[in-house]
Design a protein around this ligand. Structure first.
Ligand SMILES: [Mg+2]
Ligand SMILES: [Zn+2]
Length: 203
């Protein structure tokens, strides 16, 4: 099952921001009971999976650096999301990466200018290697312009969703640097998924 999917995926992936994109952004979620999956998420992920995309979470978790989140929690959260977001018993999410760093962190261990905190593209580059992804045919979906910029830094496309902080950010669309301008603005993850599925047929 897993190998059939990868064989038909052709190396395309959709990188999904976590907070404000597939789950509610509650501000530094630090326990499993705070993970509130949007009702549109499962359908969106299923449609993307059917269309042959790898689905990979990429999440800035500076709450770890700020001492607000246990360093083990982002992985625990990913495990829970993979267990919960399934179709016919198979997880829809292929994997995930998170950045625990922040340049002005409270916690010294995580205080650095890293290459993984979005808009730096380190997580995408790691995923491209680990999952054999063709970034030029891939997408990032997120609720911040930094998600979009991450995509464009590696030649992928970026979709801004209006959930999470998206509705606030979109009001500043005309002030944004070209590299962070979204290829599409979607109401939510489901509209983003449908645009991606239509759009990739023309590439
Ligand atoms: Mg977000
Ligand atoms: Zn980092």
């Amino acid at each position: 099952m897993e190998s059939e999917i990868s064989a038909s995926s052709g190396g395309r992936a959709v990188f999904l921001d976590r907070d404000g994109t597939i789950i509610e952004d509650v501000g530094y979620a630090s326990s499993l009971d705070q993970l509130a999956i949007y009702p549109e998420t499962i359908g969106a992920l299923h449609e993307l999976k059917e269309a042959g995309f790898r689905l990979i979470v990429v999440s800035n978790q500076s709450g770890v650096a700020r001492g607000l989140i246990d360093p083990s929690f982002p992985d625990e959260a990913l495990r829970r999301l993979r267990e919960t977001l399934t179709w016919n018993g198979a997880p829809l999410l292929d994997g995930g990466y998170h950045c625990p760093h922040h340049p002005e962190a409270e916690v010294e261990q995580f205080r650095r200018d890293c290459e993984c905190r979005k808009p730096e593209p380190g997580m995408l580059l790691d995923a491209a290697r680990d999952f054999d992804v063709d970034l030029s045919r891939s997408y990032v979906v997120g609720d911040h312009f930094s998600d979009v910029e991450t995509a464009h830094r590696v030649g992928a496309s970026g979709v801004l969703v209006l959930t999470g902080h998206g509705m606030h950010h979109v009001t500043k669309l005309d002030q944004v640097e070209p590299i962070a301008r979204p290829d599409f603005v979607a109401t939510d993850i489901l509209e983003a998924a449908r645009w991606i599925i239509l759009h990739r047929q023309h590439r």
